[in-house]
Design a binder for this molecule. Structure first.
Ligand code: PLP
Length: 274
């Protein structure tokens, strides 16, 4: 007889996301964050990208029925404590994710919290979602979101608010909450005026909570948004409340950016290695 295995099952999470052949963003970033945050990560591949540190050179969709089959296979056997969406790509995939999640109790009033990271464009400006996908986010997916985590570009595309200051973050959060997301985290990113800090604002329909964090002097932030949302998802799976999970996710992404590194000739990735 060999040695007895002693593993204890950790919380289970799923990312429904796109792949990044350079291993920086998307599913790769999510699975790294999940492992670093002590949860078991499952994956439904929703889009395939060819990309490196210089940008995205090709995008291909995944058939919606294959997306649904990946989610269903996991739910029927392994089970989930939380889930997140990343790059979904097309309106058809968004609609299928919405249908499947609603049917199995992910998001909305279901037992499994859903983090919706509305991935619409890369930091290089490459579109990662079609126009019909953006519309489907607005009308179908945001109403299922336990929490959604847009950056300022995504806010502009989703609700047409051009955020320039904290008041703009509040206005955008209210508009997104009005679309049905239970909690909205409007990430500050490179808001003018916030020179040394980056302040993310969480809104639950009543209260605004600010999450300040340091800003780093680096261009190697590829995959930062995915990593933040993935760590929030891990926090929810571990039983944290939404504000606690956002704080947990923020601490993770701050360290991930602090330890980011150059890779290739363009923008390197945030790291889970420290
Ligand atoms: N590729 C995929 C598959 C993604 O999910 C994302 C972001 O979520 C990106 C690329 C873009 O990442 P970044 O904006 O950090 O370059």
């Amino acid at each position: 007889m060999g040695e007895r295995a002693v593993g204890v099952a950790p919380p289970r999470v799923m990312t429904m996301a796109g792949t990044d052949s350079g291993g920086g963003a998307g599913a790769a970033a999510d699975l790294r964050a999940f492992a670093a945050c002590g949860v078991h990560g499952c994956l439904a591949v929703c889009a395939v990208t060819a990309q490196n540190s210089l940008g995205v050179s090709a995008v291909h969709g995944v058939p919606p029925e294959l997306v649904a089959a990946q989610i269903t296979a996991v739910v029927e056997d392994i089970g989930l404590d939380a889930a997140k969406t990343g790059m979904l790509g097309t309106g058809e995939v968004v609609a299928e994710v919405v249908r499947t999640c609603a049917a199995v109790g992910i998001g909305g009033d279901g037992p499994v919290p859903l983090v919706v990271d509305p991935v619409l464009a890369s930091m290089h400006g490459h579109a990662l979602a079609t126009a019909s996908a953006v519309e489907s986010y607005r009308t179908m997916l945001l109403p299922l979101a336990t929490v959604t985590t847009p950056n300022l570009d995504e806010v502009r595309l989703l609700v047409g608010v051009d955020v320039r200051d904290r008041a703009g973050q509040h206005e955008a959060a209210k508009a997104l909450h009005g679309l049905g997301a239970r909690h909205v985290l409007v990430k500050g990113g490179h808001l003018a005026g916030d020179t040394d800090v980056s302040v993310d604002v969480l809104y639950d329909g009543h209260t605004f909570t600010e999450f300040p964090g340091p800003r780093f002097d680096t261009d190697n932030t590829h995959g930062g948004g995915d990593s933040f949302a993935a760590a929030i998802t891990a926090g929810l799976a571990r039983g944290l409340s939404v504000p606690e999970a956002v704080g947990f996710g923020k601490r993770y992404v701050v360290e991930a950016v602090r330890h980011s590194f150059a890779l290739g000739a363009g923008y390197g990735p945030v790291s889970a290695l420290w």
